[in-house]
Design a protein around this ligand. Structure first.
Ligand SMILES: *Cc1c(COP(=O)(O)O)cnc(C)c1O
Ligand code: SF4
Length: 334
């Protein structure tokens, strides 16, 4: 008898990888050759914002290095429980920008759609870690309410699919939304804010490429990498496929203490991104979300690092250093 390979294997590959990701700190640490006792500040094994790390991402961590910059982004530390003045649950004023059904309308011409609360990875510094996703995302009743809000506002030119991570939705679910958006005449662009091409590059499969290549709306993708070690051959291949499809590719990073608060690291990140067809876009000053205070880089250090980037790189490889201030009409340059 010939063993039959299920026909769905190819397209489901990324979902199986997603399900196989690390969920327990000790398991991850063992896999990369670190004893829990080596984490000086202590691990939080019981965080309400649980750990989640795809194996494809963990493979890029340096074995045996408790200070690895990728590990630091994802390992829940006891530090997160330390209250810090000025660090709140909604640092960027998202609640005030809600238009219902998961639509955030903060900036002119662009609406952001919270498509899902799910992410393939849980970044410990995430400003949405306390976001009330169960009441706020747009996937209910097949996107109908969110699409109606966008269709009813002719000032909008661009819809930004965000989350969570919009690429954690299946391609067919995403396609139903995209087709509805394509039917809205005042829209010109479809932007996706996603970390999946970086943390789970197998997500960039044929169906997704086809969906983005064939649509009426000009596709833009803003990926999210913070350190050059996040970009390996598999990631480069995924990004090359997206670029070949004609998708405009940009990157946003968050400036993070102990991860990328170093001019050489940021310089190498810009170089690595450009080599992979991605233009550096934003370098965000950390949003002051509860639990993330140990990642903060003070503003003077941030300015100094940014000046060093200007010295090291051509202007088109220097991301804009910005800070999101609730109530401002654009992300404020630092
Ligand atoms: C960041 C953001 C945007 C996009 O801003 P750009 O400056 O165009 O990248 C849009 N809406 C919301 C709610 C945002 O947070
Ligand atoms: S992928 Fe983005 S939304 Fe998800 S946890 Fe990381 S920073 Fe937050």
């Amino acid at each position: 008898m010939i063993a039959r390979t299920p026909l769905t294997w190819q397209s489901d590959g990324w979902q199986q990888e997603l399900a196989a990701g690390f969920r327990r700190p000790h398991e991850l640490l063992t896999a990369i050759g670190i004893a829990p006792g080596q984490i000086a500040t202590g691990i939080d094994s019981d965080s309400a914002f649980s750990m989640r790390v795809p194996r494809a991402y963990a493979r890029r961590m340096r074995r045996g290095d408790p200070a690895d910059p990728l590990l630091r982004q994802v390992l829940p530390l006891a530090d997160e429980r330390q209250p810090a003045p000025g660090f709140t649950a909604d640092p960027v004023g998202d609640h005030a920008a809600r238009r219902g059904a998961g639509v955030l309308h903060k900036y002119r011409g662009r609406a952001l759609l919270i498509t899902t609360g799910a992410c393939a990875i849980h970044c410990r510094y995430c400003f949405r870690r306390h976001f009330p996703y169960t009441e706020a995302h747009a996937a209910d009743n097949e996107w109908e309410d969110a699409v109606n809000i966008i269709a009813g506002d002719a000032s909008l030119r661009e819809v930004i699919l965000s989350g969570g991570d919009p690429l954690s939705l299946t391609t067919s679910r995403l396609a139903r939304l995209v087709h509805k958006l394509e039917a809205i005449p005042h829209l010109a662009r479809l932007r996706l804010h996603t970390r999946l091409p970086i943390v789970l590059p197998s997500r960039i499969e044929d169906g997704l490429i086809e969906l983005l290549a064939r649509g009426r709306l000009k596709p833009v993708m803003v990926v999210h990498a913070n350190h050059p070690n996040e970009i390996d051959d598999e990631v480069r291949a995924a990004l090359a496929r997206l670029a070949d499809t004609g998708i405009a590719l940009f990157n946003q990073s968050v400036l993070l203490r102990g991860v990328n608060d170093d001019a050489m690291v940021l310089t190498e990140l810009s170089e690595a991104l450009f080599e992979a067809g991605v233009t550096p876009y934003y370098l965000h000053q950390l949003d002051r979300v509860q639990g993330a205070a140990h990642f903060e880089v003070d503003i003077d250090t941030a300015r100094t690092l940014h000046r060093q980037l200007r010295e090291n790189l051509p202007g088109y490889l220097v991301p804009q250093l910005v800070q999101e201030v609730a109530g401002e009409p654009f992300k404020r340059p630092v």
